[in-house]
Design a binder for this molecule. Sequence first.
Ligand code: PMP
Length: 411
Amino acid sequence: KLLNSRDTELVERARRVVPNGMWGHMATRAIAPGYPQFFSRSDGCRVWDADGNEYIDFMCAWGPNVLGYRHPEVDAAALARIDAGDVGNGPTESMVELAELLVDTLDHADWTLFQKNGTDATTACVTIARAATERRKILVARGAYHGAVPWCSPSLLGVTAEDRAHIIVFDYNDAASLDAAVDAAGDDLAGVLLTAFQHDVGKDQHLPQAAFLAHARKICDRTGAALILDDVRAGFRLDVRGSWARYGVKPDLAAYSKAIANGWPLAAVAGSERFREGAGKVFVTGSFWYGSAAMAAAVKTVRILRDSDALAHTETMGERFRDGLSAISARHGFKLRQTGPAQMPMVLFDGDEELKIANAFCLAALRRGIYLHPKHNMFLCAAHTPEDIDRALEAADGAFGDIVSAGILAA
Ligand code: PMP
């Protein structure tokens, strides 16, 4: 049983001074009832909530943690910059170093620009595509998440029809549907925006079909539109060269954030020669976009990812978790659908449209010390060890036993 008195107290205090006590994707009412809202500490692949309960973490701060929380080398690099002054009237040498490193490491990049959040980067990609092509239409996949500003927010509250006037949707991996959207854009097509793979909340994940990516690339070559990769969630977790390197398809513009600096706040747009001039013309900026601690952290993170087996290890740990969970769930009579890359697993239960089983299971797992998510893709990191995975599987085994005893059975 969890102690949660401190969390309850903080939630009550927050409710008085923050609408609903919390906003955005980290509001626990968007996960499942019973999840702690506040945390006090993180280390490696573990997090501690405000009451001091310890969890083996499978959310990794929703993506930023790729090498392990409080990675000594990354944090030392960032803290050295903080000691020397993080912000000033411009960036430090770290910016040039990082831009050179990214142009060297990403298979598609000739230049980069830096921001803070993923939304900054996706929005800058859209702005650059429109400025460079002098056209307006941006094609996006139905249900994909690209950020939380009016042109792309999943909620339409506070969003006007005009904000979306030049957004046209198509279905991911569906060439005919993309063609129809291209036709609808006519001679006003500025860009085609795609996530690294299909990772929409609450749905099975799908890797991109190589032929679909090649088709999108061909459309952009023919029309002069920008092929834009939103690699915010998967970038620097699947492949340090960019998530489409293995498909041999190069985007014109790509947005990165989350894992790029192992938790230090940074985002990047990386682009091809053809869009350099457009990127040089637009006005994109922010007060905190030039801080050097996050850039120094990114230099260290990307070097470690490039020069070590961290990502291969993370994938192996993901596979160990996936295989174990599949065997354990079957033993308890549940049928899981585990989709997408093993290091970014989505776990859904068959016949569980209302997430009754998923919510009960995740809450039971939480009580046994593992932090899972019932409907969003999860994340593994390089700090997960085989022992951590096995302990988590043991907890999952117990959690399945708990929900079966409570009368929750497979659909
Ligand atoms: N694109 C994708 C694919 C994302 O997953 C996210 C964040 N979940 C964003 C964009 C927006 O990033 P941020 O929340 O840092 O603005």
